[in-house]
Design a protein around this ligand. Sequence first.
Ligand code: NDP
Length: 292
Amino acid sequence: MTAIRIDGKAVAASLRARVADAVADLARDGVVPGLAVVLVGDDPASRVYVGSKKKMTVAAGMRSIDHMLPAETGEAELLALIDRLNRDDDVDGILVQLPLPPQIDASRVILAIDPAKDVDGFHPVNAGRLATGQPALVPCTPVGCVMLAKTVLPSLAGLDAVVVGRSNIVGKPVAQLLLAESATVTVAHSRTRDLPAVCRSADLLVAAVGRPEMIRGDWIKPGAVVIDVGINRIEGEGGTSRLVGDVAYDEAAAHAAAITPVPGGVGPMTIACLLANTVKAARARRGLPEVV
Ligand code: NDP
C-alpha cells in the first residue's frame, strides 16, 4: 500500500483564502481585524515564526501590531503591555510567542490575556470551554491536525484514535477535538506501556512527541491515517541539517492509507489556523457568528 500524502500546504492555502474572504466581508463594514504579536528576546526560530505570522496576517488583509521587547524585559512590564492590549479596541487577537525568557512565568502571562483575544487558545478558560463543549478559541496546531485528518476521513465518529503526547498546546487539545468528533480517544505519553501495540490499535494516529522518527512502520495499523505533528531538526553530514517528523515517513507510508509529510503537513496549518482564530475573535467580539 502506498499512502496518500496529505498536502498541508494546499489545505493551509485554501484556509488562508477563506480567511481573506472573511476579512474582506468585515472590511465592507469598516472592520479590519488586528493581531498583536509580542516577542521577547531574539531567539532566531521565534523571529522566523513571528516574521511569517506578520507577513501572512497582512497578506490576509488584517493589521499586524508588533511588539518586539528586549530579552531582559521583566514580567511586570510584559503584563502591563498585555493589559494595554486587552483594553485596546483595535486589537482582536493577542499572541505571545513562546518560549519566554526564564525571568518570566509563561503561565502567568497566558492567564493575563483576555480569553476573548486569546488566539493561541492557551488560556485555561478556552481550554475549559473546549473540554466542556462550549464555543472557544482552540489552539491552532490541534485544529490544523483535525482539518487535515478530515480531508481523507469525512467522519471521525467511532474511529479508534490514538494521540501520542499530552502537552497542553498539542496533545491534550487534539484529544479534546477528536472526542468532540466522537472518536474513541486514547492519549499515550512517556509512561504508556507497550506504545507500539497502542499505536497499532489506531485508525487515526496523531504523533506529537518531539522525537525524530520514533514511530516506526510496523506500529501503524494497515489503512490507518497518520498525522505527524513533530518538527525535529537532525544534523546531516558536512554541517547540513533537515527536518523530520516523529514518524518514520517512508516506513509508515507503506502501511498507512494517508499520512502528513514533514515539512509540508501540519506545520503550514498552524499559521493559517491562527489567522482563522483572529477573524473568529474579531467577529465574536462584535457579536457576529463564526464563518471560517
Ligand atoms: P512536549 O515536549 O511539550 O510534549 C511531548 C509529549 O510527548 C509529552 O506528553 C511526552 O510525555 C511525550 N513523550 C515524550 N517522549 C515519549 C516517548 N518516548 N514515548 C511516548 N511519549 C513520549 O512537546 P509539544 O507537544 O510542544 O510538541 C510535540 C512536537 O510537535 C514537537 O516536535 C514540536 O516541535 C512539534 N510542534 C509542531 C507544531 C507545528 O507544527 N506548528 C506546533 C507545536 C509543536 P510526558 O508528558 O509523559 O512527558
